[in-house]
Design a protein around this ligand. Sequence first.
Ligand SMILES: [Zn+2]
Length: 120
Amino acid sequence: METDRREFAHERACLECGTPFTPRKSDAEFCAAGCRQSWNNRRLQRGAEVYDLLMALRWDRAVATGLHVFTALSRMAAGFRRQDIAERDGRRSWTPPAAVIARKPHLRAQALAQVRKPAS
Ligand SMILES: [Zn+2]
């Protein structure tokens, strides 16, 4: 529709390569499918190691604490960010938390008063 086209016609920079493009959808972040795939592949690659350490923190706490896994996660994130700055002009490499939570609303935090059981 012509109306939609004009509404979304604002040029923006591709999240992966930084090239300016005119999005066809209001939430488009990439200039081409290849850029979207590269962005997602980086997240998948980085995510596997984060997953392993996060699961250890949650389910193998003694080992994770002994190995300073939280510190390792923080250093890993710092390394990812340095890489983004050096190789991608600092463009964001992660999905905003609000978008992640919107896709999985059951993960939303609840006020403690709603979760607490009444005193017996
Ligand atoms: Zn691109």
